[in-house]
Write a protein that binds this ligand. Structure first.
Ligand code: NAD
Length: 285
């Protein structure tokens, strides 16, 4: 028996489908809500792909259980029906504060009183949304990473209004579904991981943009100097160079703009997107 006997995930996208799968593989009944039949169909396809990726990672022995878990996930396009039995709703809708606030207002009107709400937002602070939930004491962030079963951190971050008992229940639930709960004690943009990672990647990109060292040299230095298994440019390749470019080009900083232009001309224009395209700073088979 897990802390929450039923979970509903809002959004069948990249992360929502992974969160649903991870939860379902740990025996918790899951429903995914999305806005229309096309989004649901896309979500079902994502689940099929997730099963294949998961089996490739953990072994054929796990295929039957993974297939059963994915098949047991219910889909819904009616919000009230989707959340009627949910102890926990995990929201993974697009990263726009206005959209998220609207979704929480609709959710608050139909969800049972006891239901806890968690946002998977990567960049928004939960306090930017809390009042729209109508239950700020039962609302917090629960942030998963892409490739959820392998990069299995779940950053738990409340607002000043989050009930500490709710916080602990959500952290316990994260552990029950195979995650390592990361207790973030105060609101922090980027949680713990990105608070560390973003400055590292920024510093690495500036070393290359300013001609101080090439990517291989930076990575070699980081790996030998710290014992880390990968360097910052290997991480860039995993994150994807389109994402790296989008983040750099959105920054007003001159160095970031120069880095964005460099990524565009040397990588994106040449179809080099990182691991996903087979080549980025490195080549992949
Ligand atoms: P995505 O675009 O892949 O999926 C979003 C899904 O939400 C789509 O299926 C869309 O149809 C659905 N949707 C749109 N409006 C909706 C509504 N009103 N109600 C319910 N569903 C709705 O997005 P994603 O990459 O899965 O990101 C979702 C959230 O997860 C964002 O907050 C993002 O910051 C966070 N996140 C993403 C990643 C990542 O690597 N992609 C990692 C961690 C956290």
């Amino acid at each position: 028996m897990t802390t929450f006997s039923a979970v509903t995930v809002l959004g069948a996208g990249v992360l929502g489908s992974q969160i649903a799968f991870q939860t379902a593989t740990h025996g918790v009944p899951v429903t995914i809500y999305d806005i229309n039949d096309d989004a649901v169909a896309a979500g079902r396809q994502r689940l099929d792909a997730i099963v294949e990726q998961y089996v490739a990672d953990v072994g054929e022995d796990h295929r039957a259980a993974a297939t059963d878990a994915a098949a047991g996930i219910a889909f819904a396009t009616d919000l009230a029906a989707a959340v009627a039995h949910a102890g926990l709703v995990i929201e993974a809708v697009p990263e726009r504060v206005d959209l998220k606030r609207e979704v929480y207002q609709q959710l608050a009107a139909v969800a049972p009183e006891k239901t806890v709400f968690a946002t998977n937002s990567s960049t928004l602070l939960p306090s930017a949304i809390a009042d729209a939930t109508g239950r700020p004491d039962r609302f917090l962030a629960l942030h998963f990473a892409n490739h959820i079963w392998r990069q299995n951190t779940a950053e738990v971050m409340g607002t000043e209004q989050t009930d500490p008992a709710v916080y602990e229940r959500v952290a316990a639930f994260a552990e029950e579904i195979g995650m390592v709960p990361i207790r973030v004690r105060k609101e922090q943009p980027g949680y713990v991981l990105n608070s560390l990672l973003v400055p590292l990647l920024d510093a690495a990109s500036q070393l290359v943009a300013r001609g101080v060292a090439d990517p291989e040299t930076v990575d070699t230095t980081w790996r030998i100097g710290t014992g880390a298994p990968v360097g910052p440019f290997q991480i860039f390749d995993i994150v994807g160079l389109r994402t790296a470019h989008a983040i750099a080009s959105a920054s007003p900083d001159e160095g970031a703009q120069a880095w964005a232009a460099y990524l565009q001309s040397e990588y994106l224009d040449k179809g080099k997107y990182g691991v996903e395209s087979g080549e980025g700073f490195y080549r992949y088979r």
